[in-house]
Design a binder for this molecule. Structure first.
Ligand code: TXA
Ligand code: MG
Length: 318
């Protein structure tokens, strides 16, 4: 089948394929997911193998509502409930004690399951027609840049997915922020599309866990991630503007284009961090496909979504 036939807005088709245990690319407001029936072990195994993902890296399950979430988790602690009431549906994932109905395969044997309620209208319509939750990691090969358009999914996983539901370009552009409780404290395990400042405005200071490459069972996981294939360098704004060498360089700038360069992409000309987040992964892909030797990116201000963007850039630079 050619790629364009595998991509469309046919929800009934997506429903039928998912019911048959197949893999379907789904749009969410954060990034595209590679979805399958979370309660079907064989289908979930298919996700891990399609992505080449190690089985110790657990999956997020997607449900339509908090009411649905309660079918799969034992309880929602009150601190997390406050966040859920405000930010779900949206770019927030909660870690909650799972019920037995959720296969251990989904959580890599952990007692908690990651739950998210995506806001994208197409996936909401899809979930409304399913009587099971969707396990869905980002729809990229393990370690590569996350997809923010249907075309990105097919560019790399065309032979692994039965269909990609096309919901256009992702509005947020960064994976969800993952929050759970650790040692009695609200803890952010992965910076993402919901800014930590927004969480703290509601519930006060939270713990932000650094990424660890030595403890893969921890969310946020392996440090090297989100990486383009080309050599990738990350520089402070000052070093970025001064950087030069005799290679062909593709520059990824925050606000101000790199002067006298062959290839320079600007994430947001007016310095809007939400717009920069929206453009980040597609821009990295674009640079990765250009005829250049090296990608050089500029660090963003360490605030709001800039923190999550910098996190992705730092991990790409490892
Ligand atoms: O925005 C998103 O979250 C996207 C869309 C598709 O929903 N999904 C996504 O999934 O980014 P993935 O698999 O690429 O990243 C999920 C992260 C992983 O780093 C994993 O370690 C962590 O969530 N995670 C999942 N389940 C967990 C659990 N039970 N305990 C701790 N961490 C968990
Ligand atoms: Mg991912």
């Amino acid at each position: 089948m050619t790629n364009h036939l595998k991509q469309g807005k046919d929800i009934d088709k997506a429903v039928a394929l998912l019911q048959a245990g197949q893999l379907v690319g789904i749009p969410t407001e954060t990034v595209y997911g590679l979805a399958a029936n979370a309660l079907d072990r064989r289908a979930v195994t298919g996700i891990f193998s399609a992505k080449n993902r190690p089985s110790f890296d657990p999956l997020i399950i997607h449900v339509a509502s908090l009411e649905d979430a309660l079918k799969y988790v034992k309880a929602i602690p009150s601190e997390l409930r406050i966040l859920a009431d405000r930010f779900m549906p949206g770019p927030l994932t909660l870690l909650l004690e799972k019920k037995d109905i959720v296969p251990d395969l989904v959580t890599s044997g952990l007692s908690r399951v990651a739950i998210r309620i995506p806001a994208h209208p197409l996936v909401q319509q899809l979930l409304a027609q399913l009587d099971f939750p969707l396990a869905a990691p980002s729809a990229n090969p393990f370690g590569y840049i996350s997809p923010t358009k249907a075309e990105h999914v097919l560019a790399q996983l065309a032979d692994k997915v039965a269909y990609v539901l096309d919901g256009g370009a992702c509005q947020v552009g960064l994976e969800s922020t993952i929050v759970g409780i650790e040692e009695g404290q609200l803890t952010v395990f992965r910076k993402g599309g919901l800014a930590i400042e927004e969480i703290e405005a509601l519930v006060g200071t939270v713990v932000v866990k650094a990424h660890s490459s030595s403890n893969p069972a921890a969310p946020g996981m392996l440090k090297s991630h989100y990486a383009p294939r080309k050599p990738f360098k990350l520089l402070s704004s000052t070093d970025f503007q001064a950087y030069t060498n005799d290679k062909r360089i593709g520059f990824l700038a925050f606000q101000t284009p790199k002067s006298n360069s062959d290839a320079s992409i600007v994430l947001s000309a007016n310095g809007d961090l939400a717009q920069a987040a929206q453009n980040l992964f597609a821009s990295l892909r674009q640079l990765d496909e250009m005829d250049i030797d090296e990608i050089v990116a500029e660090l963003l201000p360490e605030q709001g979504l800039g923190r999550a963007i910098n996190d992705r850039l730092r991990r790409a630079a490892v």
